[in-house]
Design a protein around this ligand. Structure first.
Ligand code: GLU
Length: 363
């Protein structure tokens, strides 16, 4: 495993790894993880992304119901998150390791300026030698603006801080090969249809993830140049076990020449809209040129300036992802037009690239 050679490592803990069946924080298990961390960490910077706020909150508030409304879950998470962070703080403190809490909403990672701020906060916590303990800001996140699972959140954090390794500890040994019962696939370097076919969407009683969100996380990591491991976190000393037994799935990243900004663009969770382009524009994109209005045939969705959009050909095949310099409303007005006509149509002087080549990544 690469944990020793990595400069920055993110460890993601699923709810069922930190909270037991009775809704109690698993102190013994977390202590064994802390010991593992001390053993293997070396000099690297470490981040913990932990779920468990809702599970702990339910237990504390004595709520047994399984189906709970989102608004109520937000309140339960507010109660549980204090306990979750407090438990981590106490245990790390016993081992003389400082911690800090970061609660993240999708806006914090999906808007470039905020993502840079998030990165700075992480960097400063590393300077203070404190381990950031991260969770989604469940108390404000509504259904439409929610990660909902910490797998993708952990991957996006890994990408934004430039981590080399993400370890996802959950209640499975890794990605199982369906054709051979209970055999874990050792390495994956591409999430193709064979790999996606392994999704069985089984979920445990607490977590909101499953294999599907773990594969989404793996896609982000593969593009971001970050190694990702899925390993079993049921038994104590999970990292030692993974190293000793060598049972885990390792997702190997692409060797990428993309800079940090382009890695961020390609790993965006969602696109706000689609821009359809003609053959000529597709050829120009292929040669690494910017996207001009002349080659645009259609716009789908509503988006603002600077938002992430997907560029597709007339058959809907994805060609690129990029940050639009114009709103969808403006593009609708200037699509198919020559660049010199833009000022006249929109009534103000602006740039002529709809998506500049520096803001675009080919798929
Ligand atoms: N953020 C949620 C919590 O702390 C869990 C999300 C997940 O299961 O990944 O309870």
């Amino acid at each position: 495993m690469l944990i020793k050679n990595s400069k920055k490592v993110v460890i993601k803990l699923g709810s069922s790894t930190v909270v037991d069946g009775k809704g109690k924080f698993k102190k013994k298990w977390v202590t064994s993880l802390i010991k593992d961390i001390k053993k293997f960490r070396g000099r690297n910077d470490l981040v913990i992304v932990s779920s468990g706020a809702i599970a702990l909150g339910q237990n504390y508030l004595k709520i047994k119901k399984k189906r709970i409304k989102l608004e109520m879950n937000q309140a339960i998470a507010a109660v549980g998150q204090i306990h979750l962070a407090g438990e981590f703080q106490k245990l790390f403190d016993k081992h003389k390791i400082k911690t800090g809490q970061i609660l993240i909403s999708p806006d914090d990672t999906e808007q470039r300026r905020r993502a840079l701020n998030v990165r700075r906060t992480f960097d400063n916590l590393f300077k203070l030698k404190a381990i950031p303990i991260v969770n989604e800001n469940d108390t404000t996140a509504t259904a439409e603006i929610k990660y909902g699972d910490n797998d993708r959140l952990a991957a996006r954090v890994a990408q934004i801080i430039g981590a080399d390794t993400l370890i996802i500890l959950s209640d499975v040994d890794g990605l199982y090969d369906k054709s051979k019962s209970k055999t874990v696939i050792k390495t994956v370097s591409k999430i193709d249809s064979n790999i996606s076919a392994l999704i069985d969407n089984k979920k445990n009683s607490y977590g909101s993830g499953g294999i599907s969100t773990k594969l989404d996380a793996a896609k982000i990591c593969i593009n971001a140049g970050c190694h990702m491991f899925i390993g079993n976190g049921k038994k104590n000393s999970p990292i030692s076990n993974m190293m000793k037994n060598k049972i885990y799935t390792h997702f190997i990243p692409k060797i990428s020449s993309l800079d940090a900004r382009k890695k961020w663009i390609i790993s965006s969770l969602n696109s706000f809209g689609k821009i359809y382009i003609d053959k000529g524009a597709a050829e120009a994109l292929n040669e690494g040129k910017s996207l001009l209005p002349a080659g645009i045939v259609k716009v789908e969705g509503t988006f603002e300036k600077g938002e992430n959009v997907l560029v597709v050909d007339e058959n809907q095949k994805g060609l690129a992802r990029g940050l639009s310099s114009f709103t969808s409303y403006e593009i609708n007005k200037i699509k198919g037009k020559q660049s010199k006509e833009i000022e006249n149509i929109l009534g103000y002087l602006s740039k002529s690239e709809i998506i500049h080549k520096d803001d675009m990544v080919k798929l």
